[in-house]
Design a protein around this ligand. Structure first.
Ligand SMILES: [Zn+2]
Length: 319
């Protein structure tokens, strides 16, 4: 190779006079001489998008303009080694890659070249599962390096500007096509507890979607009655026994829940809303609740409330 360095991925210096990537011979050289796994040692500068341990990155040795790679963070050789969440994220990122390449580089069709197996197997240059994302070019029938106009760093930087677009597409994928995107309907009992000082009880959940305050609530489980569910939830969430329970109406809401494994679920929640007073017990946040406190009704505006809590309060009080 000597002094004929046309493109250096480390410095992102690129000589546009020499765009024939095949003539670099860098790519061939690397798999013959480098012992470590290049994909375990990803250069973060080129990472475009990432979900659940699956990365979309610019290919440092592109066959063609806007050639990307999808790579698991973990060193796995075969698809059977991926967790189901990783596999689903990989599918989602294939979807995102297609959409973003169409948007930015006007690439209408792509080839996804899925590569698995050990180093050298099928001329594989990296023994780390990956998917080549190769914009299709009319009439191109053989694997060869094409002249390119964009350095990989430029491709990466340009696509990174589309973060919001990609997030939106990924969300659409998850909800519409994702393996864990099923909607689940749940019945939730929800209680606005009041005290004699004109205060209402608000809680902040441990897994709060938007760091909001809300009235204590929980799902009806097994064959328990609604009132049993309500009493159990109030005991679990705020450590209180309740009395003078009154039903005040139904509300419907959709919420997206993010699980620890990284997958997501859309809940279609039916809220059965009640008011109640404290019968006994000392207020204490427990179970799914991170924080609980009494709030003066006239000071509610200072709190970021959940949609449902807002609707109930609007129904009961006028300001
Ligand atoms: Zn690796």
């Amino acid at each position: 190779m000597g002094k004929k360095k046309f493109y250096n991925p480390q410095t992102n210096i690129f000589d546009f006079r020499k765009k024939q990537a095949r003539s670099w011979d860098w790519y061939d050289k690397i798999w013959k001489t480098v012992n470590k796994c290049a994909f375990c040692d990803l250069n973060e500068r080129y990472v475009i998008f990432e979900k659940n341990g699956i990365v979309l990155t610019a290919n440092l040795y592109p066959y063609i303009d806007a050639h990307l790679l999808i790579i698991p963070r973990r060193h796995v050789e075969y698809v059977k080694e991926l967790t189901k969440e990783e596999w689903d994220a990989l599918r989602g990122i294939m979807y995102v890659a297609k959409k973003v390449l169409r948007r930015v580089f006007k690439k209408k069709s792509l080839w996804f070249l899925y590569r698995e197996g050990a180093l050298g197997e099928g001329q594989k240059t990296v023994g780390h599962l990956h998917v080549q994302v190769i914009p299709y070019k009319e009439g191109l029938v053989k694997w060869d390096y094409q002249p390119i106009n964009w350095a990989p760093g430029e491709v990466g930087d340009r696509l990174k500007e589309e973060k919001n677009f990609m997030e939106g597409k990924y969300e659409k994928y998850i909800l519409k096509y994702g393996a864990y995107a099923q909607t689940e309907r749940r019945i939730v009992v929800n209680c606005l507890i009041r005290n004699s000082k004109g205060e209402v009880l608000l809680v902040k959940k441990k897994i709060s979607l938007k760091n909001q305050w809300e009235t204590p609530a929980g799902s009806v489980e097994g064959d328990e009655s609604l009132i049993q569910a309500l009493q159990r939830e109030m005991k679990e969430e705020v450590n209180l026994s309740i009395k003078n329970v009154k039903f005040i109406g139904i509300e419907e809401d959709r919420q997206r829940v993010f699980f620890e494994g990284g997958f997501e679920k859309d809940w279609n929640l039916i809220f059965l809303n009640y008011t109640a007073e404290v019968k006994s017990g000392r207020l204490k946040a427990g179970d799914d609740t991170k924080e609980a406190k009494w709030v003066d009704i006239n000071k509610l505006q200072r709190y970021k409330l959940s949609n449902i809590t807002k609707r109930i309060i609007k129904k009961l009080f006028t300001f």
